[in-house]
Design a protein around this ligand. Structure first.
Ligand code: ZN
Length: 184
């Protein structure tokens, strides 16, 4: 894991949380850019005067709406399907929030205080996998597959598991994939 600079103490709670997550810098940085509205989504590129055709500006996942951070990660029907599946997995219900900050704060507070670190990692991982899939679909003709996405999110999280405080020492991957163990 690459060394990272110190947390700016003046920065907000959500960034402090993301920064502390025990994952690689590139994954953390992607989540940070989403929270800070700095992703290279088509709306942001157009704002920077990068010329994009109207078909290119469309969301790669649904091909219906214009791509923005809010749309791609939180409003797109494809993204909503992923979040819903993740919620079922962690055994929680939640309304969908439409901005990155609200979504992050609501999601990471779905469990108890002890769950914040794990839920932060789930959120970061889902964002990372959605962005990777978006790039794969846009540049490498990858195809959308909800099952593949969910499997990738879970296996990445599992690879970070040493950083989580699992309550059940005997947790095995297959059982964990069926239902995540929150402390509550
Ligand atoms: Zn979409």
């Amino acid at each position: 894991m690459a060394a990272r600079p110190r947390i700016p103490s003046s920065d907000s709670f959500e960034w402090q949380q993301v920064w502390k997550a025990p994952v690689s810098l590139k994954v953390v940085t992607t989540a940070w850019k989403v929270l800070k509205q700095r992703m290279a989504t088509c709306d942001n590129l157009q704002r920077r005067q990068v010329l994009i055709s109207s078909s290119e500006a469309r969301c790669t996942l649904c091909k219906l709406n214009e791509e923005s951070i809010e749309h791609l990660f939180f409003d797109c029907q494809k993204a909503v399907e992923i979040w819903n599946e993740i919620l079922i997995w962690i055994g929680k219900l939640a309304v969908n929030h439409h901005t990155a900050k609200d979504h992050f704060l609501a999601f990471t507070n779905l469990g108890r205080k002890e769950d914040i670190s794990f839920l932060t990692c789930v959120w970061i991982c889902t964002i990372w996998c959605l962005w990777k899939l978006r790039n794969g679909c846009k540049f490498n003709q990858e195809l959308w597959s909800k099952d593949k996405m969910i499997a990738e999110i879970k296996s990445r999280l599992w690879s970070w598991r040493m950083a989580f405080d699992f309550k059940t020492p005997a947790t095995v991957f297959r059982r964990w994939c069926a239902a995540a163990n929150l402390s509550g």
